[in-house]
Design a binder for this molecule. Structure first.
Ligand SMILES: Cc1cc2nc3c(=O)[nH]c(=O)nc-3n(C[C@H](O)[C@H](O)[C@H](O)COP(=O)(O)OP(=O)(O)OC[C@H]3O[C@@H](n4cnc5c(N)ncnc54)[C@H](O)[C@@H]3O)c2cc1C
Length: 408
């Protein structure tokens, strides 16, 4: 079977037109994604939160999740079309949050109704609260604690680098429930409503301009039913989400805008007979960028296809993830080699090429090596999956392999 084959039926063409018409009618020019995320602004943020609810009601916000839990009940092809059209229209498509899968696999029916349904419908926004100042990538060394007190849990600890815009309605992530238990058996997985007495969030702005945050929990109380899974199963619950975050779900676009921008740059320079348009070394470097981006895309499309056809995965997701991250670093350096100073002029510079997109990419690429756990951690996971590590590891259950289907 050819996993890259894209069957375009009449129904899908009509659906594409419906999405395109909706975007034309609903998204004014000034609400489209700015090149630099730092220039997003409050107004745009509120606009897209409201649109998120409208998209949720239409089933387009989380197209492949089950209707009974607030998703669209649509196919991966519908999702691909929505993403393609949103990208074409420069509109943000909120990616799948990994907590959705963790809830689908591990939450009780009541918890799914309470947390998953409003999230999938876009009525509430949740942030992933995993990274601690001391444990960082090593999630199994988590030290923030949860202590049971009657019908409640009392939470204490802190986090760094937590991504999100504005403020969330919920935070989710592991907490240590048993100091005596061994690693991987000492955590619980919690849903923590915000605002809440004792819960503080403050901004942590990084060089990429995206919004990261510090979180502080001081005697924060949450009801007992805000624990997902058993009180020693937090590692397993977290890993259902991490399996997908670490490449196990695939994706559709990898750095398309930047690579297309580089190729257009070379074409323009060549037509204008300016350097580096005719330079053979620069041409070959641009070709390397172009080909490597295709390879990364193909890896990710394959994983996405495997995921949606419910295949048991092992090394495929992590290898796509490692390749993408390592290649991302090579790509920014190559783009710098070809474009020189033109890759470093930002959005506020009048002479910036492509509105300063490449400069934003140059900055983003450094911090993105660390999101989702540092990239050495991705290599450790891959080494375990292909059997060259001290320990072996199987993929965590996802909604597709655990039978908690997406588009049921
Ligand atoms: C833009 C951005 C967005 C983020 N968003 C979120 C978010 O929404 N939620 C969230 O919870 N976290 C988020 N993070 C945090 C991110 O997951 C952490 O930065 C990441 O886990 C690395 O942790 P650390 O920075 O503490 O580095 P460390 O884990 O301390 O790593 C430092 C260095 O040591 C290496 N290292 C660490 N452990 C090992 C090991 N076992 N084997 C080999 N090498 C190792 C690393 O590769 C790295 O080079 C975000 C980070 C960034 C930059």
């Amino acid at each position: 079977m050819d996993f890259t084959e894209v069957a375009v039926s009449k129904e899908m063409e009509e659906f594409r037109k419906e999405v395109r018409d909706w975007l034309e009618a609903n998204v004014p020019e000034e609400m489209k994604i700015p090149i630099d995320p730092e220039e997003r602004g409050e107004e745009r943020h509120h606009f897209w939160r409201q649109k998120g609810k409208e998209l949720g009601a239409k089933g387009w916000l989380n197209p492949v999740f089950p209707k009974q839990y607030g998703g669209g009940g649509l196919t991966p092809e519908h999702e691909r079309i929505i993403r393609e059209e949103f990208r074409r229209h420069r509109s943000p498509f909120r990616g799948t949050e990994f907590v959705y899968s963790a809830l689908l696999v591990w939450a009780t029916e009541e918890q799914k109704q309470k947390f998953l349904v409003p999230m999938l419908k876009g009525e509430i926004v949740a942030w992933q609260k995993s990274t601690e100042p001391h444990s960082g990538s090593d999630l199994a060394s988590y030290q923030s604690t949860a202590v049971r007190d009657g019908d409640e849990w009392v939470l204490n600890g802190s986090n760094v680098f937590i991504s999100g815009q504005g403020r969330p309605d919920l935070l989710w992530g592991p907490m240590e429930t048993d100091k005596q238990a061994p690693r991987h058996r000492n955590l619980g997985f919690f849903m923590i409503p915000y605002p809440r007495p004792g819960l503080e969030i403050s901004n942590q702005n990084l060089v990429n301009g995206s919004e990261q945050h510090f979180i502080f929990l001081t005697d924060v109380r949450v009801p007992a039913d805000h624990l997902i899974g058993g009180d020693h199963q937090g590692w397993q619950v977290a890993n259902t989400g991490l399996e997908q975050e670490h490449g196990g779900q695939g994706s559709i676009f990898q750095r398309e805008n930047e690579v297309e921008g580089l190729i257009r740059y070379m074409q323009q320079k060549r037509r204008a007979q300016q350097s580096p348009g005719g330079d053979l070394v620069s041409q070959q470097t641009a070709i390397d960028v172009y080909i490597e981006n295709h390879i990364s895309n193909l890896f990710n499309i394959r994983t996405r296809w495997m995921y949606h056809s419910r295949q048991e995965m092992s090394w495929e997701g992590p290898s796509a993830f490692v390749f993408d991250r390592v290649s991302g670093f090579r790509q920014v350096a190559r783009i710098r080699d070809v474009m020189g100073m033109d890759s470093l002029l930002g959005t506020k510079e009048s002479r910036a090429y492509d509105g300063g997109r490449q400069e934003v990419f140059q900055r983003a690429s450094f911090v993105l090596q660390h999101g989702a756990g540092s990239f050495n951690i991705s290599k450790v996971v891959l080494a375990r999956r292909i059997g060259i590590s001290r320990t072996k590891e199987r993929a965590a259950p996802t909604p597709m392999t655990a039978g908690a289907s997406h588009n049921a």
